[in-house]
Design a protein around this ligand. Structure first.
Ligand SMILES: [Mg+2]
Length: 371
């Protein structure tokens, strides 16, 4: 009798787990933040208009999958995203089984193709996928990085700390922000360049390198603002100065320009935060337009698409660093063999020796009720 219980109980649980789940609801919350004092990169001001859409996908098993998507600058963006989720995604995914994320992606790609699968439409598809992986992780009672094939349980992080600020000609705020990041324990920092002259860039880089010292890395981000000629001219100087990587010198759509730059410069070229789906990454990679790709989990796609992008890059010998940080990125990066960094800022929970340890809550660690 005892023996029978031991053998039948796990089988009963397994049978129950195989029972199909069903999506029975989708809810969203919209939060518009009050304007704060902006910080700037070479392209834009961040913080004046910002907001977040939170997504909850409900299942008949009582498991809710959470995701959120934040905007740093587009005033109407969160409202558009909410409308796409409520009015277009919801009817497409109701009654689907969340255990089929690639099928759900195919349904969304087909259902939303009329309006195009890039832009805010992809923010909606990506958030849906992340919420679905949150359901799957909770159902399996595992953090997603442990389910999808872990490579590591911690990631090196760098701090995006060297912004442009109002009334900062003497770089005192710039310097204070870098010092704060180093005091938090970061072993790599990123600064913005390209807003003003090359001489201004050199002043900023030298100050950052002096503060960081020889054992810490400094990366640069130009946020798309250069022409091809200017990107090459400045790239040679950045290279001589020993910067670790040179990020997004050109508009993201200029793939031929990236290929030309990557060919002419030895410095690591990084880009990808404004590319959508594996098809655009594949285009960049086929053209040999980057040394490091930087997918964003709102634009590139969710977990499903991200892992495919990472694999395409890996096969081409290209490294990966996330655009942005947090637990969603940690859940993906820990399963990506060619990942080298997570981007982030501020003090990090679970940071040891310049690395963040992976979240251990089941799912994507997106659910504020179980953190
Ligand atoms: Mg960037």
């Amino acid at each position: 009798m005892l023996r029978r219980t031991l053998f039948t109980l796990p089988l009963a649980i397994a049978a129950q787990q195989r029972k199909a789940l069903k999506i029975v609801g989708l809810e969203t919350d919209l939060k518009i933040n009050p304007p704060r004092k902006p910080n700037y990169d070479a392209l834009q001001a961040l913080g004046i208009h910002s907001g977040t859409v939170t997504l909850r996908i409900k299942t008949d098993a009582g498991i809710t999958g959470w995701a959120s998507s934040s905007f740093g600058t587009v005033e109407g963006g969160p409202k558009v995203l909410r409308a796409i989720l409520e009015e277009e995604v919801k009817p497409l995914i109701l009654n689907q089984d969340p255990a089929f994320p690639r099928k759900i992606r195919a349904i969304l790609n087909q259902g939303l193709q009329y309006q195009g699968l890039t832009g805010i439409t992809q923010f909606a598809i990506a958030a849906t996928d992340i919420a679905i992986w949150d359901i799957l992780g909770k159902h399996a009672n595992l953090p997603v990085w442990r389910m999808i094939g872990a490579m590591r349980d911690r990631m090196p992080v760098y701090s995006m700390c060297g912004w442009y600020y109002d009334n900062d000609d003497d770089l005192s705020q710039y310097k204070a922000e870098i010092e704060k990041a180093l005091a938090h324990g970061y072993r790599a920092i990123k600064i913005k360049t390209g807003k003003y002259s090359m001489a201004d860039d050199e002043r900023r880089i030298r100050l950052a390198q002096d503060l960081a010292g020889k054992d810490r890395r400094v990366m640069l981000d130009a946020n798309q603002v250069f022409s091809r000629n200017e990107a090459l001219r400045r790239g040679h100087i950045y290279q001589q100065m020993g910067v670790f990587w040179y990020e997004e010198p050109l508009p993201p759509q200029d793939m031929a320009g990236y290929a030309e730059l990557a060919d002419k410069l030895e410095i690591r070229l990084a880009t990808g935060e404004n590319l959508y789906t594996k098809y655009q990454f594949n285009d960049l990679i086929q053209r040999k337009g980057a040394d490091i790709v930087q997918p964003d989990n709102r634009r590139a796609g969710g977990v499903t698409e991200w892992l495919e992008i990472a694999a395409i890059a890996d096969a081409a010998g290209i490294q990966l660093a996330s655009h942005g940080g947090g637990d969603v990125n940690m859940n993906m990066l820990c399963a990506v063999p060619n990942a080298i960094y997570m981007e982030t800022g501020g003090p990090q929970p679970r940071m040891i020796n310049g690395e963040v340890t992976a979240p251990e809550v089941p799912g994507m660690a997106t659910d504020p009720t179980i953190k």
